[in-house]
Write a protein that binds this ligand. Structure first.
Ligand SMILES: [Zn+2]
Ligand SMILES: [Zn+2]
Length: 142
């Protein structure tokens, strides 16, 4: 997600545009990896010490609701967040470096149609997250 798109996407969903919300969205978009609310808070804190942890958490949840970010589950029931493009897509989540690669609908379409045939179920919407090791981390594996 481009930083320049953030204010527009935020206000297009009727969300009140505050400096703090934009700040959190920009920090998440520039991270390029999944971060927990705590990790993002610590990144922002150095440059914006007055921003509270609860504000960061609420801003992240608002972004998920508005489709600007996705939430992943980490071990220990910790949520991690990634900034998302507006186009529908799926995710490959690296559990080691926390990078997230987007997977577009064309890769998933054959799976959805086979689910449909096998279960006589019409899939209208699917959001899939695949967890594993990215190419970089696989190379580094001892
Ligand atoms: Zn995404
Ligand atoms: Zn990785």
């Amino acid at each position: 997600m481009k930083a320049t798109e953030i204010p527009e996407r935020m206000s297009s969903r009727g969300r009140r545009l505050t400096r703090q919300r934009v700040l959190v969205a920009e920090a998440l978009a520039s991270a390029k990896r999944a971060l927990s609310a705590q990790e993002l808070y610590e990144r922002i804190k150095t440059s914006h010490p007055t921003l509270g942890r609860a504000t960061v958490y609420r801003a992240l949840e608002a972004q998920v609701q508005d489709g600007m970010a996705s939430r992943f589950e980490r071990d220990g029931h910790v949520s991690a967040y990634i900034a998302c493009d507006a186009e529908h897509h799926h995710h490959l989540v690296c559990t080691r470096c926390q990078r997230v690669l987007d997977l577009d609908e064309t890769v998933v379409a054959p799976l959805l149609s086979s689910v449909g045939r096998r279960h006589e179920f019409q899939v209208d919407h699917a959001a899939l997250d695949f967890y594993g090791l990215c190419r970089r981390c696989r190379r580094k594996r001892p």
